[in-house]
Design a protein around this ligand. Structure first.
Ligand SMILES: *Cc1c(COP(=O)(O)O)cnc(C)c1O
Length: 350
């Protein structure tokens, strides 16, 4: 039994009459704009930006092979993560389900929205069991689970979730399935974008923050059916992506050659780091990574962390995270940064 989009969306959102901005009511070009109470003298950003970011979406559409009506752009992926919850989950009533360990923002967004967040543990090798996740949802015996959040490649474990398992969730869960692909550019696997036509309940998230080198711009991308994207556009702030970000993002996206060159260097760095970290006797396990970081289990990870801080090198301690005891998450740096890390670890007296 499949639920319709109307059955999944909060009734107040389904009925929402969105704010209509000056730039919504007139689009096209004119010679004189006296409709938005802007200062008419140029500062280069005295005008409101395009609320729908069409130039940027056209570029992204060409890059990703996704219709521009099926693209949402926001202030980082974090905006899309929050919007999906606000559109589908009634506070205090509905729930979302995610995996553990994974990206902490899913739970924070749920907590802020007063939406219950159920975390289903991954297997100890960080693989996903769709059967286990679907079983958890079935056990509630109600229809209050509206959204499932998956992350592939997963943060902090670095692995891709198995395609077959994600497809099982998409086929058997009759709510919204978000697949967060923040790290997909580093992975040796196709994106779930190609599944959008087959699965009306799929939302894919990507970002300029990782491979594209645009973390400071704050540009996140959501891809879904045009019905879901239309809902996201109705609920977002009218001018959620500012002019400077729209312009600079276009500049980044126009230099895919630079991105690809950096991507190759990062992949090479990942391999080099894994080989070199593997030589230390205190390193117990390096998890296979399809992302731009390595999750590394070692003796006394907290002490290694503090030692590195003392050397001016900051990695991420994940020692308190489920299935990650004694693990540090290490982002791949430049060749010089990677060399410094290894060189300093050679001086670690354990
Ligand atoms: C880094 C990261 C993001 C990116 O978030 P932005 O808000 O786009 O910077 C999204 N999801 C995961 C899992 C991440 O690790």
């Amino acid at each position: 039994m499949k639920r319709s989009l109307e059955e999944l969306v909060r009734p107040n959102i389904w009925k929402l009459k969105p704010y209509s901005s000056a730039r919504d009511e007139f689009h096209g070009t004119a010679s004189v704009y006296l409709d938005a109470n802007e200062n008419p003298f140029s500062t280069s950003y005295n005008r409101y930006p395009d609320p729908m970011q069409w130039h940027l979406k056209e570029r992204i559409s060409a890059l990703k092979g996704v219709d521009k009506e099926c693209i949402f752009l926001g202030n980082g992926s974090d905006e899309a993560i929050d919007l999906v919850l606000r559109i589908f989950c009634e506070p205090g009533i509905d729930r979302m389900v995610t995996i553990s360990p994974s990206y902490g923002m899913y739970e924070v967004a749920a907590d802020i929205n007063n939406v219950a967040c159920v975390k289903v543990p991954l297997n100890t090798d960080f693989s996903l069991s769709a059967e286990k996740l679907l079983g958890e949802i079935r056990r509630f015996g109600d229809n209050r689970t509206k959204v499932v959040y998956l992350c592939s490649p997963n943060n902090p474990s670095g692995n891709l979730l198995e395609r077959k398992e994600i497809l099982t969730v998409l086929n058997f869960f009759d709510g919204i399935v978000v697949v967060d692909e923040a790290y997909i550019d580093f992975a040796a696997a196709p994106s779930f974008l190609q599944e959008l036509d087959n699965h009306r309940n799929l939302v894919v998230l990507q970002t300029l923050s990782k491979a594209w080198g645009g973390a400071g711009l704050r540009l996140g991308m959501g891809f879904a059916s045009k019905e879901i994207i239309a809902l996201m556009n109705r609920v977002k702030y009218p001018y959620n992506v500012n002019q400077l970000t729209q312009e600079q993002a276009l500049n980044l996206l126009n230099r895919k050659d630079i991105m690809q060159e950096q991507l190759l260097a990062i992949l090479k760095g990942r391999k080099w780091l894994a080989e070199n970290l593997g030589q230390f006797p205190f390193v117990k396990h390096i998890y296979p990574s399809d992302a731009n970081f390595l999750l590394v289990r070692m003796d006394n990870a907290d002490a290694v962390y503090a030692y590195l801080v003392d050397k001016g090198i900051i990695v991420r301690s994940r020692t308190k995270v489920m299935l990650c005891d004694d693990c540090l998450r290490i982002t791949v740096g430049t060749p010089e940064e990677n060399r410094l890390l290894i060189q300093n670890l050679q001086g670690w007296k354990h």
